[in-house]
Structure formats: structure tokens, C-alpha cells
Write a protein that binds this ligand. Structure first.
Ligand code: SUG
Length: 461
């Protein structure tokens, strides 16, 4: 069913449910990819608001990244673009009539409503769900909790489709998909979560990062930009995923970095297997977070983790946020000791970041051995780097058996997706281009074509 490349079995011992691998659930922008300036605290989004976007280039850039990862031996799956405009959102607000009438009336009342319903932000699947592999959970089941993305209305509308898509294409008795938490517990999914283990089959330690507490007002909050992840959502998910406290570390994100544009933790730290790279200013108390992580990891595995602390003097917060270095993907599809950094091209374009990466790669003390730069500029202009575009789900062979085989990357799927993108996606777009019947018909045909290749019923419902 899945591609038969290397299966991450190097040095691996099977967990309770057998050999496991990391599956990247990749997002693709839809044909209505826009720069709407919607996300306060996301500097790229607000600074590009209103600019002309290029939906076709956006999707093809993502597809290239997916193809490359697959060629490395990574197991890649696709989460289809969600249907836009989301008319149910406008109907719930009382708009009636034909689709076009509804859209025009909403536009006349408040153009901001159309920015929400046409948003293609679902492409950043790192925000789709919080994920705990079965080897971490005391019931030996893999748990996914769909993110409510309650901080922003254009993102909150994603949760229903995500839940349906994962339930239809992935869930089985060993993979539990939980619907999003209520909006009072703000949760942004795996962008604020990193998992550490010796290999993908064995048990791990999960790091949950929150920006504020709903109940404890003594926990410092940012002053300029909103914190999007609540402590209480993390606690709720830890409990529903059946993670014991020995297997979890909770960290408070430094409000200072949120105010510098770090709206998700994956903009300032990232990890893979036993390796964690983080900026010195990531957490209010980085030293205690690192100590706790290492202690719990050592108790579990008998080994130490490998850490790279990036000092502010080596890389300013401004360079970190501008280049998205920490939003690189780290993959090790063939060998846990040979990790590859999939970095945005902005890292290569910034001489200080490029030099820092060269230093990292040549340093024997960390497992990063290669870097590959990707042009994902259309996604980056909305604040989404390589890591934002994928949801990591560690799954055993047994667990994978129930999944819809059509969602996994193959050359055929690549070509089908590419054909649809080239046929239906506008080359350039601003919001008002969408307010005509011809464009709406084009969008409907596009979504039907997507449905056809994956043969997933009722995605247009
Ligand atoms: O939620 N941008 C997204 C970017 C999400 C990045 N994801 C991770 N860091 N994992 C956000 O802020 C901008 C849309 C616009 O302005 O049109 C947007 O939603």
C-alpha cells in the first residue's frame, strides 16, 4: 500500500504494535490561495496582506517538496485541499440566495468575511492535529486530536473537514481521531508539540508548548501579539491521549518571542528522534525545560538526547523569524544518525543563517549531515515554512493497514495532482477575482477532480 522504500527500521526495535515509521501528512494550498493579512502576530502574513498571490506556483512548490521527500524514502501522504468558499460559514450568519449572491452580499457587508471563507490556510497541516503514537499512549493506540485553531476564524473553519478526512481515510480501531476541543481551550495542534525517541518504533517523550494559561493569570502573557496555545488544552490532550506524566514535558513559550513574531513554537525550535534544536530564547526557562527533557528521555531510553542551543548572539530572533530556520523539516528516512535539514530558501538567502547552517552541518556533535533548500515562497509569504506544511504521524505497519491507500504519494498521484493544479489553479489571484460565476464553476470542477483521484466520497458535502 505505502511506498516500499526504506522503512526506518535501522537500529529499531519493534514497539508494542510492531515496527513503525514516520508518515508525513502533507498539505497543499487550494486554488483560492490568497494573501489576506489575517494572522495577527504572524509578521509574514500581515506584511503581505492584499498582495497578489500565485495559487498555481504555491501548489507546485509544495508538490516539489513532497516529491523530494518521497525520493529520500520518506512515507508521504496527502491531505486534500478543503473546499472553498466555505459557504456554510456565511449561511450560518444568515446570508441566503445562490452561491454568488451569498458571496456578493457578504462582500458588501464586510470584505473580511470573504477573506475567511476563501482562506487556504488548511495547507499548513502541522496545525491539523496533535498526535501521539501508540508507543507513547498507555492504551497502545495512536491518538490524534484535531486542532480547534480557535485563535483565528479563518483557521477555526478547518477543523470539521480535518476531522472528517482523518476519520474517513486513517481511523481504525487502533487509531483514535478525536474532534477538536471546545473553543475555550485554544489549541493549534502539532506546531506546538515535538516528540523525541531513539527510533520511530520505540516509546518517546512528548514536549507540549503553551503560550498562556486560561486559569492561571500569574503566567506571563505576550503584550503585543496573541498567544494561541493554552496550557489547559495541552493538559486535556495529555489526558485524553493517555500519556503518563513521565512521558510528557510542558513548556511555557517565552512571551518575548511571541511578541517577536513566533506565533507557533515550530518557528523557534524543532526536533527529530533524539535531537532538539532550539533558540536560546524559546522558553521562559529553557534550562529547566532541557533538563527535564533529558532526564525523562534518559530514564526511558538509557541514553542522553542531543541538543543544539542557538544563542541570540549567533542568530537574532529577527533572523530566526525572517528566515524560518527553525521551521525546517528534519528527516532521517534511512539512518537516525544521518539527518537532513529541509530548509526554506530564505535561509540560503540570508548570509548569517546560511553560515550558521554550514557550521551546524560540519559539526560532528549533532546528527545534521545535509541541507536542502526549497523555494516555498508562496507559503512563506503567509508565514508557513517546510515544517508547517506537514503533520507527522508515527504509525506501525499494522496501524497503516486500515488507511485509504489512495492518500499515499506515488508518481501517479503526483501527476494527477499536478494536472489538476495546472488545469484549474489561477496563475495569479486577488480576492475580487473570485466573485464571478465562471470562477466558482472552475473551483467546483477542481474539487470534483480532487475527489475523483482519491475516491473519497462526500468531500463536497
Ligand atoms: O496560522 N498563516 C498561518 C501560518 C501557519 C503556519 N503554521 C505553523 N507554524 N505550523 C497562521 O498564521 C495567513 C493567512 C493569510 O493571511 O491569508 C495564515 O493563516
Amino acid at each position: 500500500m505505502v511506498n516500499d522504500n526504506e522503512k526506518n527500521k535501522h537500529n529499531a526495535v519493534p514497539g508494542a504494535s510492531g515496527f513503525a515509521r514516520e508518515v508525513n501528512f502533507e498539505g497543499l494550498p487550494g486554488p483560492t490561495h490568497l494573501f489576506s493579512g489575517l494572522s495577527k502576530g504572524n509578521i509574514a502574513s500581515t506584511s503581505h496582506g492584499g498582495k497578489v498571490s500565485q495559487p498555481r506556483a504555491a501548489a507546485l512548490q509544495c508538490l516539489e517538496k513532497i516529491k523530494f521527500l518521497s525520493s529520500l524514502g520518506s512515507t508521504e501522504a496527502i491531505i486534500l485541499p478543503q473546499v472553498r468558499p466555505d459557504l456554510s460559514y456565511l449561511k450560518a450568519k444568515g446570508f441566503t440566495g445562490s452561491d454568488l449572491e451569498i458571496l456578493k452580499a457578504a462582500y458588501d457587508k464586510d470584505p473580511g468575511l470573504l477573506k475567511i471563507v476563501f482562506s487556504s490556510a488548511f495547507m499548513w497541516t502541522a496545525n491539523a492535529a496533535m498526535v501521539s503514537p501508540s508507543s507513547d499512549c498507555s492504551d497502545n493506540k495512536c491518538h490524534l486530536t484535531v486542532a480547534n485553531l480557535a485563535a483565528n476564524p479563518h483557521r477555526a473553519i478547518e477543523a470539521k473537514f480535518t476531522y472528517d478526512y482523518l476519520s474517513k481515510n486513517l481511523a481504525n480501531e487502533n487509531i483514535i481521531i478525536d474532534p477538536a476541543l471546545g473553543s475555550e481551550l485554544m489549541d493549534e495542534g502539532a506546531a506546538n508539540h515535538t516528540r523525541f525517541s531513539l527510533d520511530y518504533s520505540s516509546p518517546g517523550i512528548e514536549l507540549f508548548v503553551y503560550g498562556y494559561s486560561k486559569n492561571d493569570q500569574s503566567i506571563e502573557r505576550p503584550v503585543k501579539f496573541p498567544a494561541r496555545q493554552s496550557l489547559e488544552s495541552c493538559e486535556k490532550i495529555i489526558s485524553s491521549h493517555k500519556l503518563s506524566k513521565e512521558r510528557v514535558v510542558l513548556a511555557h513559550q517565552n512571551p518575548k518571542v511571541i511578541d517577536a513574531g513566533v506565533f507557533h513554537n515550530d518557528v523557534i525550535s524543532t526536533g527529530n528522534l533524539n535531537y532538539f534544536i532550539y533558540h536560546q530564547e524559546s522558553f521562559t526557562s529553557s534550562e529547566s525545560v532541557i533538563n527535564e527533557l533529558n532526564e525523562k528521555f534518559k530514564t526511558l531510553t538509557d541514553e542522553n538526547m542531543i541538543f543544539t542551543e542557538v544563542k541570540t548572539l549567533e542568530l537574532s530572533l529577527e533572523d530566526a523569524v525572517g528566515s524560518y530556520l527553525f521551521n525546517s523539516q528534519i528527516v532521517s528516512p534511512k539512518d537516525p544518525k544521518h539527518m537532513i535539514l529541509i530548509a526554506p530558501i530564505e535561509c540560503e538567502e540570508n548570509p548569517r543563517v546560511k553560515t550558521y547552517i554550514e557550521k551546524l552541518i560540519s559539526d560532528e556533535n549533532n546528527p545534521l549531515k545535509e541541507v536542502k533548500f526549497f523555494n516555498l515562497k508562496e507559503s512563506m509569504k503567509n508565514g508557513g515554512g517546510p515544517a508547517c506544511l506537514r503533520l507527522r504521524v508515527i504509525l506501525s505497519e499494522e496501524e497503516l493497514k486500515g488507511a485509504n491507500s489512495k492518500i499515499f504519494y506515488s508518481e501517479e498521484l503526483h501527476n494527477n495532482l499536478k494536472n489538476i493544479i495546472n488545469k484549474y489553479y489561477p496563475k495569479s489571484l486577488t480576492m475580487t477575482d473570485l466573485l464571478n460565476q465562471e470562477m466558482l464553476d472552475n473551483l467546483n470542477e477542481c474539487y470534483e477532480a480532487f475527489n475523483e483521484i482519491l475516491k473519497v466520497p462526500s468531500l463536497l458535502d
